[in-house]
Design a protein around this ligand. Structure first.
Ligand SMILES: C[S@@+](CC[C@H](N)C(=O)[O-])C[C@H]1O[C@@H](n2cnc3c(N)ncnc32)[C@H](O)[C@@H]1O
Length: 195
């Protein structure tokens, strides 16, 4: 499963998009970083060697095992955990990284709420994921494909704007740009501010 996953989502255009996202994002020394749904750990390579402390969670022991094998480091703690029910105290992390997770979890609103809760005031949430086009109905072809793609464990019909709507007073979207395939995959940076 992990090998096939890496073949599709951690090579070619995906790898290029991920690399660019991490090149462009500024991560300060001594930051506490949380990777939510770290998977096989593909993005860990981009932050290795930085003077930061990383916690990486995933629900799947198999995915975590692969991530641990490939990206073991004394700065990285791997934990089996549900992204919709994080066991961390509020305001624990300077940055939460949520790549290809909001389109996967059963309840993206609950997952996003948890990510905001554990982000420090002034901290950021970095997202690389596929969402439905903003302020538009899903195109017909995607409506047809949605249930088929869902069988593979991911949803191509979620609107990011709807996911964040309940938290608009707590956050500001600082960046929202196409990362891949004409905006199907987006890079989004959200800042948590004082309410
Ligand atoms: C599409 S993969 C993305 C992995 C990685 N973030 C990446 O960008 O390659 C989704 C990951 O989310 C994990 N996952 C699914 N549901 C989860 C949940 N409720 N809590 C935590 N992780 C979950 C899966 O095990 C899988 O590793």
């Amino acid at each position: 499963m992990g090998t096939l996953y890496d073949y599709f989502f951690n090579s070619g255009p995906f790898l290029k998009a991920r690399k660019k996202i991490f090149e462009d994002v500024d991560i300060k020394a001594n930051s506490q970083i949380l990777f939510v749904g770290v998977g096989t750990g593909a993005d860990l390579r981009f932050i290795m060697g930085k003077d930061i402390s990383v916690t990486a969670i995933d629900l799947s022991p198999e995915m975590l095992g692969r991530a641990k094998n490939q990206y073991y480091s004394p700065n990285v703690t791997f934990m089996e955990m549900d992204a919709q029910n994080l066991t961390f105290s509020p305001e624990s992390f300077d940055m939460v990284i949520a790549n290809l997770i909001l389109s996967v979890v059963p309840d993206p609103n609950q997952c996003f709420q948890e990510m905001i809760r554990v982000t420090r005031t002034g901290g950021r949430i970095l997202i690389f994921d596929k969402f439905a086009p903003p302020s538009r109905e899903l195109p017909v072809m995607k409506k047809i494909l949605r249930p088929v793609v869902a069988l593979m464990g991911t949803d191509i019909g979620r609107h990011f704007e709807q996911i964040i709507m309940p938290y608009e007073k707590q956050i500001r979207v600082e960046e929202d740009a196409s990362a891949l395939f004409n905006g199907m995959y987006r890079k989004i940076i959200v800042r948590k501010h004082q309410t």
